[in-house]
Design a binder for this molecule. Structure first.
Ligand code: TCH
Length: 317
């Protein structure tokens, strides 16, 4: 499963990241798309970036198929599994903007600078069930898109595209986002306060220790439990100053939702675990990541690259 999180620091700088929970690698890399790149697109002809972006992707026939990415203007997007609900158009619609599912994150990050712009542009978009080539399936995803101010969730189902304001700034997996937003209301009693002693009959009861107000906090790896955990941790993390502390905040929040090998099997018997975690810092235009086997963080700063270049830059993850 996957978990995505967004927040802004006290100066209004966005941090956006995700856990990639899965069982196998696709040979993904960290990929920079500069403004001068011309990305082949099945329905548009080419995507011409207005903004350079960086994220984790596979590159198929010159097209970066991003799992998630952030751009130089401070907008970021992540795709998370949504099987059983995701449904895309069989073919392109007449008029409007037709996009293959795999190019959606690139299109968002390369064309827009704010969530408001994306929300408005989506009115004309049809997402078409098209894979990058015959070697891949169409990914069954929904997406979280964030900027310095807000985030939205985009879900395409049998009845069309839904765009939800995400006032919790988190996303996990199925069922649809409105269900998770309601389910969180079951956890209003969960609190970080240390409970005062109470008297029941003639007994005075004292808390065992820190976390006593969190009994009932869901600990599972299922999407609903991770959604509640991510929303609670994101809402309660104390304000931090500076890039390093805020990057740590993002990674620690994700860690609170991460999956350890052995704990949960997929339907086909393989273990699912947090293969990598990442964080895009809009202020420094830096993409940070770490993997399951190597938890030390790596980073790539967009400013270190020629953002007017024409070639994709690919870095081992
Ligand atoms: C599996 C990943 C999502 C992880 C997740 O949410 N798991 C949930 C598990 S569960 O169902 O809820 O059990 C998704 C996120 C991005 C996806 C990839 C990206 O969309 C890029 C290409 C797109 C191609 O169509 C398929 C391969 C692919 C390389 C995708 C493979 C896979 O679907 C990825 C890696």
């Amino acid at each position: 499963m996957c978990t995505g999180v967004r927040f802004s620091d006290s100066k209004g700088n966005m941090y956006f990241g995700r856990n990639l929970d899965w069982c196998e690698s696709y040979g993904e890399r960290v990929v920079v798309t500069p403004r001068g790149a011309r990305i082949p697109s099945p329905f548009l002809g080419a995507i011409e970036p207005k903004y350079a972006c960086v994220g984790t992707a596979i590159v198929v026939n010159g097209a970066p198929c991003y799992f998630d990415c952030g751009n130089e203007a401070g907008l970021a997007v992540g795709g998370l599994n949504f099987p059983g609900y995701a449904q895309f158009a069989e073919g392109p619609a007449e008029g409007g903007v037709n996009l293959a599912v795999y190019e959606f994150p690139l299109w968002i990050a390369s064309q827009f600078s704010t969530v408001a712009e994306v929300r408005s542009a989506l009115k004309k978009v049809t997402l078409v069930a098209k894979a990058p080539n015959e070697g891949y399936a169409v990914a069954q995803l929904h997406w979280i898109v964030g900027d310095a101010k807000e985030s939205i969730v985009i879900e395409c189902q049998a009845d069309g595209m839904h765009v939800y304001d995400d006032d919790l700034d988190v996303l996990t997996n199925q069922p649809p986002f409105p269900w998770h937003a309601e389910n969180v209301r079951n956890y209003l009693h969960v609190s970080n306060e240390h409970p005062e002693p109470v008297t029941w009959t003639r007994d005075t009861l004292k808390a065992f220790g820190t976390g006593a107000g969190m009994v009932g906090f869901p600990g599972g790896y299922d999407p609903a439990s991770r959604f509640v955990r991510a929303a609670y941790l994101n809402a309660n993390y104390p304000t931090e100053e500076g890039e390093a502390a805020n990057v740590t905040r993002l990674f620690r929040t994700l860690e609170g939702c991460s999956m350890c090998k052995g704990a949960g099997k997929m339907g086909d018997g393989r273990y699912e675990y947090t293969m990598f975690s990442d964080c895009y810092s809009a202020a420094s235009r830096t993409y940070y990541w770490c993997t399951y086997d190597e938890p030390a963080r790596h980073s790539l700063c967009l400013d270190d690259y020629d953002l007017d270049g024409t070639e994709l830059v690919t870095v081992a993850q």
